[in-house]
Write a protein that binds this ligand. Structure first.
Ligand code: ADP
Ligand code: ZN
Ligand code: ZN
Length: 703
């Protein structure tokens, strides 16, 4: 028998996130495999999917016979190219996760289950993907759209398209794709959106423009078979356009030449579990690395992107590295709504809908126009309480209240999901008088129904109130059909959470109201004002999109009518808002003027979680202080003491966090690079036995 060892391969396999095993494992193979090849290998007792990462040398720490053999390759599948592997390696390193975890979770799960025959059949079906048809003609461009495209054609970037709501950003994206395909028929474009089900219109528009064959979707709403099909089409280059959510940033697209990130400010671009990557930031990395043009678009850019696209100034600031493109005007003669603040201090106590708002809604109903009411709280009331003893509907498992849902008379925890029937009497004192406190969308819908009972539409029919939130859209297809109802004009007054504020091209809304936006003004999270402003601007953007509808209005009910945030909103002045927020961030040394990472720990007891974090901080400081380089690093990176998280307990797990912050991204990452070894060592100590898990969140979106 041949005793030659054959080929040594380093292969990425999915290993547990914090396991001590490195995620590149050595295997041997009698036949050669190229880097990027997908293979099946033994891992423990299982057979798993792996990606050949490098053709290596014989391992020094193992006897050659102990190295396990590769079981087979996924034949017919071209290797994942070097650019894809580099993207994965960068993401793993930057977000502090194992390479194998990031690589394998970027692949469609069904790939793990297919045998060679099944795969061959799937690949054969791909041949059906023909050449893209000539794109259907779009509308003639507005002058500012044309100007933006002219600049894009000159190349360079990355670009930030700062375009007002309704300015026609989508048309610019589509033309940019069209331009690309005209220039390079084999090229591929990646179009990313925050949540695909919120904008079913967009997918339809892209397919209509470029043809069914040219477009595939990639998002978590697909079945495993659909996801595999899309992925294969992208990987083979058969799909010209991939339309997807954040996961699509990892799609294998060998001919990728253009990446569009629509609504780039949206928090859904940040993954909130596993590798907590920002798809927007990775898109920028990927574009630079593979030479694809990157176009970010928003009416309310993230302050980071706004800052990075600032112009040079006379004081020696060289400006940011993004190119800012402006589209301030709405399409057609459509104008933005007039913003009116309703001072709730002058309304009777406990007013839900102020007199001016009720009047404005009634006027719309009578004129046959639509209104939209935004309240960022689902359920009937956020708390139930006893008027006698003060009992409140706290969740037994979380540091939060259970929300009263009247529709099925339940108390539900929105954090752990625990649900119970509403008690008949106060569980603490037996008092039968327990009452809702505060209000949610369900109550608002009910309340509106009562208020508008006598109001008639122009056709004499009664008013139709509808609600869209996570509760009404739980079932597959529900959101699409409810949105379609609004588009068809079958709803007069729409109530909902932030779901209704984003991206929709509603044509008949002439009134938008923010019912109770104040709570976000005084949040402890420094990003809360940025998020509130974006949400309100987006909500305002749903009104008056059709000039034929006449003037439109936005009403903001607030106890703080002179707050600068509302002043800027009134003027639709994002740049002014951004300038004042950025000035505050600069003086407080907050992002984008510093870089942050959070180390989080979970345990049954808060003291254990905090103890682990504080021990990690001390160990890290001690280790760094040992060398001159380490001391220099420490001077640049602040390690803060552990604190309980805002939502301290969820599902009986106590959570704590520790902030690391530095003006230098590089310094921060060098410290983070030391963290893993420290954490692994600590975990073995008896003092930290109660620790459940830890995780690192780089560039966290919520603090
Ligand atoms: P945004 O994404 O900037 O809010 P959209 O892309 O949704 O704006 O465009 C707003 C509306 O204007 C849509 O109904 C779109 O079809 C229409 N539109 C966009 N560009 C043009 C154009 N050049 N001519 C006519 N209508 C356009
Ligand atoms: Zn009581
Ligand atoms: Zn709970």
């Amino acid at each position: 028998m041949d005793v030659s060892p054959g080929h040594w391969l380093d292969i990425a396999v999915q290993t547990p996130a914090h396991s001590a095993v490195g995620s590149l494992l050595s295997y041997r193979s009698p036949v050669a495999h190229a880097a990027g090849q997908l293979v099946r290998v033994p891992l423990g007792r299982r057979e798993v999917l792996g990606v050949v990462w490098a053709v290596g040398r014989a391992p020094t720490d193992l006897a050659p016979e102990a190295v396990k053999p590769v079981l087979g390759a996924l034949e017919g599948l071209p290797p994942l190219n070097a650019e894809w592997r580099q993207l994965v390696a960068f993401a793993a390193q930057y977000y502090q996760r194992s390479l194998g975890e990031v690589a394998l979770s970027a692949l469609p799960p069904q790939l793990r289950e297919l045998d060679s025959t099944q795969l061959a059949r799937r690949l054969k079906k791909l041949q059906a993907h023909g050449a893209p048809q000539t794109p259907a003609a779009g509308p003639p461009l507005s002058p500012q759209q044309a100007q933006a495209l002219t600049r894009l054609r000159e190349g360079g970037g990355p670009f930030l398209l700062f375009g007002n709501t309704g300015s026609g950003k989508t048309e610019v994206y589509l033309r940019a794709v069209e331009d690309l395909l005209a220039r390079a028929p084999q090229a591929q474009a990646l179009l990313m959106v925050p949540e695909i089900n919120l904008t079913p219109q967009l997918e339809a528009r892209v397919r209509e423009r470029f043809g069914e064959q040219a477009v595939v979707a990639l998002h978590s709403g697909l079945t495993p078979a659909q996801r595999l099909k899309s992925w294969l089409a992208a990987h083979h280059g058969a799909a010209r356009i991939v339309l997807g959510t954040r996961m699509a940033v990892f799609a294998s697209m060998p001919q990728l030449k253009l990446i569009v990130v629509d609504e780039e400010h949206d928090a859904s671009y940040k993954q909130q579990e596993g590798a907590r990557y920002s798809a927007r930031d990775l898109a920028l990395y990927r574009g630079q690395q593979c030479g694809a043009q990157v176009l970010l678009g928003s009416a309310t850019p993230s302050l980071e992107s706004w800052h990075h696209s600032r112009a040079a100034d006379a004081d020696g600031d060289p400006g940011g590295r993004y190119v800012r493109l402006l589209m301030p005007e709405r399409i057609g003669a459509a104008t933005l709504p007039v913003v009116r603040r309703v001072d709730m201090n002058h309304q009777p106590r406990r007013t839900v809908l102020s007199a001016p708002l009720v009047q404005a809604i009634q006027d719309r109903v009578q004129r046959g126009e639509q209104s939209m009411l935004l309240l960022n709280r689902r359920g009937y009331a956020p708390v139930l309480h006893c008027t006698d003893c003060g009992w409140k509907s706290e969740c037994r498992h979380c540091s939060a209240f259970r929300v009263f849902h009247k529709i099925d008379r339940t108390l539900r925890c929105h954090h752990c999901g625990a649900t119970e029937r509403v008690p008949r009497a106060c569980p603490a004192c037996g008092n039968a008088d327990i009452a809702p406190l505060g209000r949610g969308t369900e109550q608002l819908e009910e309340h509106l129904g009562e208020l508008l009972a006598g109001v008639q539409r122009p056709d004499g029919q009664p008013v139709r109130v509808a609600r869209i939130d996570a509760d009404t859209t739980r079932h597959k297809g529900a959101l699409e059909s409810q949105l379609a109802q609004v588009h068809r004009g079958e709803v007069d007054v729409l109530v909902g959470t932030q779901m209704i504020a984003k991206g929709h091209d509603f044509r008949r809304i002439t009134l938008v109201a923010a019912v109770n936006p104040d709570s976000a003004l005084f949040s402890s999270d420094f990003r809360a004002p940025e998020r509130l402003f974006a949400l309100l601007m987006q909500a305002a953007g749903r009104a008056g999109r059709d000039a034929a509808q006449g003037p439109s209005e936005m009403l903001v009910q607030t106890f703080h009518p002179t707050h600068p945030l509302f002043e800027a909103l009134k003027r639709h002045d994002y740049p002014a808002f951004a300038a004042s927020e950025l000035a505050e961030r600069a003086s407080a040394g907050l992002p984008p003027f510093s870089h942050q990472a959070l180390l989080r720990a979970d345990a049954r007891e808060q003291s254990v979680a905090q103890g682990f974090l504080n021990a990690a901080r001390q160990a890290l400081e001690a280790e760094l202080a040992d060398t001159p380089e380490g001391t220099a690093l420490l001077a640049q990176v602040s390690l803060y003491p552990a604190v309980p998280m805002g939502l301290q307990k969820v599902a009986d797990v106590e959570r704590a966090q520790m902030l690391l912050e530095s003006p230098s991204r590089q310094a921060l990452h060098r410290v983070l690079g030391r963290l893993h070894a420290v954490l692994h060592a600590l975990r073995c100590e008896p003092a930290h036995k109660g620790l459940i898990r830890w995780l690192v969140d780089v560039d966290p979106q919520a603090i």
